[in-house]
Design a protein around this ligand. Sequence first.
Ligand SMILES: Nc1ncnc2c1ncn2[C@@H]1O[C@H](COP(=O)(O)OP(=O)(O)OP(=O)(O)O)[C@@H](O)[C@H]1O
Ligand SMILES: [Mg+2]
Length: 466
Amino acid sequence: MNEPLILVVEDDPVQRQLVRENLEAHGYPVVEASSRKEALEAVLRRPVDVAVVDYKLGDETGIDVIRDMLAANPLVTPVMVTAYGNIERAVEAVRAGAYDYIVKPLDFEKFLLILERAAERQKLRKEISVLQERLEEKLSSKNFVFASPLMEEVARLVVRAARSEATVLISGETGTGKDLVARMIHQSSPRGKGPYVALNIPALPETLIEAELFGAEKGAFTGAHERKIGKFEAASGGTVFLDEIGDLSPEAQVKLLRFLQDREFTRLGSNQALRADVRVIAATNQDLDALMKKGRFRADLFYRLNVIPIAVPPLRKRKDDIPVLADFFIKKYAAREGKKIQGITREALGVLVGHPYPGNVRELENVIERAAVFAERDVLGVADLPLIFTETAGEDPGPAGDSLVDKVRRLEAQEIRMALREAGGVKSRAARALGITERMLAYKMKSYGLASGPADEPGPGRPSRS
Ligand SMILES: Nc1ncnc2c1ncn2[C@@H]1O[C@H](COP(=O)(O)OP(=O)(O)OP(=O)(O)O)[C@@H](O)[C@H]1O
Ligand SMILES: [Mg+2]
C-alpha cells in the first residue's frame, strides 16, 4: 500500500515542524497548513488521506477546518488534536466528522497508532468509493434506462442488493423489467464474474423442476440415464435466478426452503447433503400474498425469499420513463436496422405517453422495434405507431378527423381518461395530476363525453374531500 498523505494543520510553526519530522521519520509523506484557508487549499489540491487538525488555530477553530475539508473532499479522514481539559471539544469534533482525536502533549506512539488506523480506514473507504463508482457506472450504463423517481428508487435498491448476499424477491407485472433487474444485481455484485443461471419455472414440467434445481442421481426417475447436475450446483460462485417462483411445486418449495435455511440440498435419488455457494434471486408477476392465502405458496418460504423485496412499478405509473425508454429503443433498433432514425415527433411521443401499456416496457419496446423496421423517414411519427395506440378501441372521444385540432382533442381526452383511471375516478385528484382546476376538468369531461368511473365524487354544492 502507498503511504497515506498526511496534512498537518497547526498554526504554531515549532509544533508543526515537530509533528512533521516525527511523521516523516516513520515514512509518512506530509504537507502542512497553518490556517483554515491553507488547509482547504491543501485538500483541494492534494490527495490528502488523513488530516491532523489542531483545535486552536488563531481565531479559528479546528471544527470549522474539519467541516470545510469534508465539504470539499468527503474522503479525507480528519483527526483532531486538542489540549487537555477540552475533551468536550473533541467530542464536538467527532460530531463534526473527525475520525478520532488525540490530546496534547502528543504521545507519539499513540499518535502513530491512531494514524495507522485512520489510514487503514481511509484505504477501505477509497476502495469502497471506487467500487461504488463502478456500480453507478454500470447502473447508468446503456441497459437500464429510467428518468422517474420511482425507478430511481429501484436503482438504489439494486445497488444495495448488489452489495449484499441476501436473497432478493423481485415483483412486478409482466414486462416491467424484472429479468433486467435480476441481471443487473448479479452483474454489479461481487459474484458478477461468476455464473448467472436463470430458470423459468413455468416452462418446465412440474416433475422435472426438482431435478433441474437440485440435480438427480442416475436412475432417480424414469429417463434419468445418468447423473444430472442441478442449477444450484452449476451456479456455484454465482447467482441463481428463479423466474416465476409462484409456480414452484409444493415439493420443490420444501427443498428450496431447506436450501435457503441451511444452504444444503440433496440430489433427487440421494440422501447425501450437498452445499452450493450461490445467491438466490427470485421473481414473480403473481400476487404471492394471494397464493399464500390459498395455501399454494408456503409462508415460511416467502419470508425467506423476501429479504430484499424489489417491486418494479408498472410503466403507466412512471410515465416520465417513456420518453427516455423510447429514445433508447429507437437508437437500439435504428442501429440494428441500419437506419438513420433521429427520433420521434412530439405528437407521436404524446401518443406513446398516453398509452396505458398492459405489457409494460416490453410492449413499448415491441412497438418501437416494429416502427423502426417499417419506418421510411428519419423521424418516427404517429403513422408509424399501431392503430390501437391512436384509436384506443371503444374509447374514442368522438369522430376522429385528421385536423390538428382533432388530434389534440384526442390526446387530451386520452390524458384525462388516464388521469381519471389513475386517480380511481376521484376528480379532484385527477385534476391535480393534470395541473388543471376541477371546474376545468368537469368542463372538459363534459365536452368529451367522459364519465369519471366508479369512485365518483359528491356532486356540486357539497364539500369536496381532498
Ligand atoms: N428500465 C429499462 N431500460 C431498458 N430496457 C428495459 C427496461 N425495463 C425493461 N426493459 C426491456 O424490456 C423488456 C422486458 O423486460 P424483462 O424481460 O426484464 O421483463 P420481466 O418483468 O422479466 O417480464 P416477465 O414478467 O414477462 O418475465 C426487455 O427487453 C428489457 O430489456
Ligand atoms: Mg421475466
